[in-house]
Design a protein around this ligand. Sequence first.
Ligand code: OOG
Ligand code: NI
Length: 273
Amino acid sequence: MDGATRELHDIIARLWRDYAGLNAQVARIHALLAEAGEVVVHDHLALRTWGDPRCNIDVLARPFVRAGYRPAGAYRFAEKRLVARHFAHDDPGLPLVFISELVLAEFSPALQAAVAGIIGQVPEDMFDAPDLCARGRPWQVTMAAAEALRRESEYAGWLAAFGWRANHFTVSVDALARLGELARLNEFLKGHGLRLNDAGGEIKGSPAQGLEQSSTLADVVDVAFSDGVAAVPGCYYEFARRWPGPDGRLFRGFIEGSADKIFESTDQQGARS
Ligand code: OOG
Ligand code: NI
């Protein structure tokens, strides 16, 4: 394994550890699937960031690209004022990587000023760190400031509270032995008391689109803001089943209409308390 690949494996391992450590439902779902005799393989992981040249998608993608990932798709979410790209590696053992960014210029001067204040707190040299995507929240923010951001954009509120970490990992449903059908897996999860995101229906997408997805609603977790602790929706777990296209090859992209609804798994109103 070369240096860039080792560095990437370390980053992915750290993203997973931090994600599973922050969100109780992740370890629980992992354990439930193991008890059911399943082995979890991850289809993709997702990162969020600010659309600022110092820390945008290209910057977060650097360690992935250095290790051989290639840009493989671009997406736009007009209403949420987000754009995203995904990156793929020839090694089938490595997950796809979906990275989105907030299109700052499309927001109010107040939001832009608040985000400038947040990014301005990040030490200059951290922007060059290969593991920027796993650095968490190197800024302080008050509860009121985070809430003001959330009112304009759920995504901005989440990112201000949690910073650079995995927003979610996604279980490859194709790789499951007995629960390899998404409807069946959803019933299994709900039967164990987990709540699913039903925005746009519990199952987003279709076999014809090449991708069916579902996700849990993020658990509420305690976050230390600069002026106190508040409970806000953290991360969710996603489940994806891929289908072959007319050429017989498995579809390896993402579907804008489905992704748009998956983003809402961290919205305040849906969250479990
Ligand atoms: C990403 C939402 C989209 C998918 O698989 O379509 C997504 C996010 O919530 O950051 O993960
Ligand atoms: Ni996803």
